[in-house]
Design a binder for this molecule. Structure first.
Ligand SMILES: [Zn+2]
Length: 250
């Protein structure tokens, strides 16, 4: 499936929490913390697979990382108190700087370069950041299957997410789709950072959050869910997008 829509925008797909890899030189500091690497603290299960599917279907550039968020969280600002796991934060300043230079800054720089490249050709960027969330956190069961995170103050983002949700619900009424859940789109994150650098008429940033319970199904159900999410997004842009002001025909 290729999204043959108007030429007014270019998709960018990113995956900040795509894996739980720890480079050899930092493995000593992870001794005793191996279990965390395997759960939602270490990475977003299934998020990279979803990102790959979206990028392929949308003809988008994909920028992803397989370094564990416990080493450095690419979806947090450099000043965020939990940019690193506690034990990584206790490493010498020079080591933490090196982690940023090796893994954090190149990810952000390549995404920003992709956005600037698209803007230079006169296109608006629709950035989809692929994530997944644990079905239960601190004893609280999350009441959603899919979350669409955006900044309500950005009209294009709000319109896209409203249409996307409508299309998802039309195709699969039982799917629990919530906006700005389980987190708010305005909280610290890569999209929030990009919004400060790119105006609302140039950049649309949405974080897609999928409940890991659904991604763990595997096989056909997982593929169907991925296809449903992508088809609904394309429908939101092609059928409802013009009406909702998400896209403009040239
Ligand atoms: Zn994530």
């Amino acid at each position: 499936m290729k999204a043959g829509m108007d030429q007014g925008h270019q998709f960018l797909v990113t995956c900040e929490h795509g894996g739980n890899r720890i480079p050899a030189r930092y493995r000593d500091s992870f001794v005793g913390h191996e279990a965390l690497l395997q759960n939602h603290r270490g990475f977003d299960f299934g998020a990279l697979g979803m990102a790959r599917e979206m990028a392929q279907a949308l003809g988008a550039k994909l920028i992803f990382s397989t370094i564990s968020r416990l080493l450095v969280d690419l979806n947090r600002s450099p000043t965020h108190p939990r940019l690193h796991a506690d034990w990584v934060r206790r490493l010498p300043e020079s080591s933490r700087q090196q982690i940023l230079i090796d893994y954090y800054l190149p990810f952000r720089a390549s995404a920003e370069a992709a956005i600037m490249h698209a803007l230079a050709s006169g296109k608006r960027v629709i950035h989809l950041s692929s994530h997944s969330f644990t079905p239960e956190l601190d004893g609280v069961v999350r009441a959603a299957d899919v979350g669409l995170l955006y900044d309500p103050a950005r009209a294009g983002e709000a319109a896209l997410c409203r249409e996307w949700r409508t299309r998802l619900k039309a195709r699969e009424p039982s799917l629990r789709v919530r906006r700005n859940y389980p987190y708010t789109g305005r909280s610290d994150g890569f999209a929030a950072y990009l919004r400060r650098h790119f105006a609302a008429d140039k950049y649309i940033g949405v974080e897609l959050e999928i409940n890991q319970r659904l991604l763990l199904m595997g096989g056909k159900s997982r593929q169907q869910l991925q296809a449903l999410i992508i088809c609904s997004l394309v429908a939101a842009l092609t059928q409802g997008g013009q009406r909702a002001g998400v896209v403009s025909r040239e």
